[in-house]
Design a protein around this ligand. Structure first.
Ligand code: BG6
Ligand code: MG
Length: 216
């Protein structure tokens, strides 16, 4: 018998256009550190937790700072970010996503979220999307963030889904690596060059047809 795949969505850069605000906020922090954060380097920050991002930046800048300063910068980055997203609403949902999710619900797909962000619940509320999700896993729910698959495993468990029957939608390489590790079908959203390790890549949700995911 065919089972209906469970869809697990990333948030930043997949459901909503908040990834640019993470980048702008990190750039402000990097300015304080006198380090130039380029958009190429920023690709490596996508999908990973706030503290892992700062560790990477400090490595790139070859800087060592105290634990207090580290925590202070994390707080500052989050304050800048929260300020930038304070006015987001349903108009910040990326084109095609709302239609895709509502059709998926009608066709009885279970819908889960796995985002490394600790602000995920707050953002879903602002976007008015909370009620669509059968399970929500965020940066507060896991010990190891992407590329570790812990969050995807948890999303599968919470929706009582076999990981092999889950489809992951991701814009980050870290997220695709995590999904691949546990044999989920990985769908890159964005550039096929940057996400070549995904099972399939689409520029946007409008291009995707559900039949592509009927695997078993
Ligand atoms: C991910 C983003 O979704 O969440 C990363 O892709 C971000 O860029 C990470 O660093 C953590 O987000 P937050 O909101 O907890 O700082
Ligand atoms: Mg993302």
């Amino acid at each position: 018998m065919k089972s209906i795949p469970t869809f697990i969505f990333d948030l930043d850069g997949v459901i909503t256009n908040t990834e640019k605000y993470h980048f702008q906020s990190w750039r402000e922090i990097c300015k304080l550190l006198k380090f130039n954060l380029t958009s190429e380097l920023n690709e490596e920050l996508k999908g990973i937790s706030r503290d892992k991002c700062l560790k990477k930046i400090l490595d790139w800048a070859k800087l060592e700072i105290s634990v207090n300063k580290f925590n202070e910068l994390l707080d500052k980055k989050n304050q800048i970010y929260l300020d930038k997203i304070s006015k987001i609403n349903s108009s910040n949902v990326i084109s095609g996503v709302y239609e895709f999710i509502t059709s998926a619900k009608k066709q009885k797909h279970l819908i889960a979220l796995y985002s490394s962000s600790r602000n995920a619940n707050f953002i879903l509320d602002k976007l008015n999307l909370h009620s669509f999700f059968d399970a929500i896993v965020d940066g507060n729910s896991v010990k190891a963030s992407k590329p570790d698959p812990e969050g995807f495993e948890l999303a599968a468990k919470l929706t009582e889904s076999d990981p092999k029957n889950c489809v992951v939608f991701e814009d980050s390489e870290a997220g695709i690596i995590a999904g691949n590790k546990i044999n989920m079908l990985t769908i890159g959203i964005g550039s096929s060059k940057k996400l070549s390790i995904a099972n399939k890549v689409f520029k946007e949700f409008n291009e995707i047809k559900f039949q592509d995911f009927q695997k078993c």
